[in-house]
Write a protein that binds this ligand. Structure first.
Ligand SMILES: Cc1cc2nc3c(=O)[nH]c(=O)nc-3n(C[C@H](O)[C@H](O)[C@H](O)COP(=O)(O)O)c2cc1C
Ligand SMILES: C=C(O[C@@H]1CC(C(=O)O)=C[C@@H](OP(=O)(O)O)[C@H]1O)C(=O)O
Length: 362
């Protein structure tokens, strides 16, 4: 598995959902940076399972333990090693799934690729649980970026076909980016959030699941990050984002809607203001030619509905060669996009911080 990413801050995510622990190594963070571990833990708590009625009931403390790389809370230049214990595994839920794969999950392809040696308990290394160590690395990057004047926020823009309010493409403030943080339903418009919660619970009641969209924005990003043609801002952010399980699509700025606009409408025109170049709009979502424009970087991620549902579905028994029906038992998120919100902030921070360090090498 390619569980490592990053050119300048190189991270490697390890562990499986039901192994003793999950964790991350982070190499390349400059020495002498103070990391607020309480703030980092509060960030991890936003993603943690088992705390709200509309998420998986698996309860995990998700306390991060640093094994190396920090001395009295300050980076020492050595790789950071961090682990989170898995304490509430219930592998019996997965007893049949090595033979009868869940539609929509990775069971079948993992068995084919790893010749039956894959860890199928809890979805193994494919589990959304691996986004916890991703949040450790990303939470650190968020703190380091804030020192550089970059702020990042995300919210659940859509779930079960119900829309939240959107970030504007220009004029985004730090308060706007913080608005959804710490809410049980991470939205801007609480009425929409309540409707989403009801719809998500109703989907679970109906033995089903729903999908969603997470919108993320970064402000204070300087002009000039990103390297065309393959390490541009969109390329790099997208690569990190597709490391999050269940992500099926990404769009920047007006995104797919740009396909329906005239150039005269879509182009972000220029004006001089106090001697500085200003964009009259930000339909591009913060990047032109793969290079950051200085405008907010705004993107939206589509999350598919949770594969593990208790409704009866067609599957196959790979041992007997017979068709079998499957109703997935166990503890699952009825909408993965809800807990993915801080994960999207984390990967956005990792991508931008990596590009920022790269731009300083020049
Ligand atoms: C935060 C988070 C939580 C998730 N929770 C579940 C879950 O409870 N049950 C499940 O079947 N899938 C869950 N998923 C999605 C699966 O892990 C994912 O669909 C699976 O690994 C297959 O990968 P793919 O959807 O990217 O193809 C979750 C994903 C994330 C990001
Ligand atoms: C544990 C987490 O989410 C898990 C993600 C997940 C999956 O298939 O992705 C399946 C479930 O695992 P289990 O059957 O072990 O409870 C979720 O609970 C977490 O995010 O920390």
């Amino acid at each position: 598995m390619a569980s490592n990413i990053g050119k300048n801050v190189r991270i490697q995510v390890f562990g499986q959902s039901h192994s003793a622990a999950i964790g991350v190594t982070i190499d390349g963070i400059p020495a002498g940076k103070r990391i607020d571990t309480d703030e980092l833990q509060a960030f991890l708590d936003r993603r943690a399972p088992g705390r709200l009625p509309w998420v998986t009931p698996r309860k995990e403390a998700d306390r991060v333990e640093f094994l190396s790389g920090l001395v009295d809370g300050v980076t020492c230049g050595a790789p950071i090693g961090a682990v989170i214990a898995n304490t509430n595994t219930r592998s019996s839920d997965y007893a049949r799934l090595d033979r009868v794969p869940r539609p929509g999950h990775a069971d079948y392809v993992a068995r084919e690729k790893y010749h039956g040696a894959q860890d199928f308990a809890g979805g193994g290394h494919f589990s959304g649980r691996l986004t916890a160590p991703l949040c450790v690395a990303g939470g650190i990057a968020l703190q380091l970026l804030r020192e550089e004047g970059v702020r990042i926020g995300a919210h659940l823009a859509r779930a079960a076909c119900i829309d939240d309010a959107c970030y504007p493409l220009q004029g985004i403030t730090a308060d706007m980016l913080d608005a959804a943080k710490g809410k049980d339903m991470p939205v801007l418009d609480d009425a929409a959030g309540q409707a989403m919660a009801q719809a998500i619970l109703a989907a679970r009641e109906a033995c089903d699941s729903v999908g969603g969209v997470v919108e993320c924005a970064a402000i204070g990003v300087p002009v000039g990050l990103g390297d065309p043609m393959f390490d541009g801002v969109e390329n790099v952010i997208a690569k990190y984002c597709f490391g999050i399980p269940a992500v099926k699509g990404i769009e920047f700025g007006v995104g797919f809607e740009a396909a329906d606009l005239a150039g005269s409408v879509n182009n972000d025109a220029y004006r001089f203001e106090n001697g500085k170049v200003r964009f009259e709009s930000n339909n591009a979502g913060g990047a032109l030619g793969g290079i950051s424009t200085g405008e907010p970087v705004v993107f939206r991620l589509a999350f598919k509905p949770t594969p593990s549902i208790s409704g009866v579905q067609h599957s196959v028994n790979l041992d007997t060669g017979q068709n079998e029906d499957l109703s997935v038992r166990g503890r699952h998120d009825p909408c993965v996009a809800v807990r993915a919100v801080p994960v999207v902030e984390a990967v956005c921070a990792l991508a931008l911080y990596d590009m920022m360090l790269e731009s300083r090498m020049r």
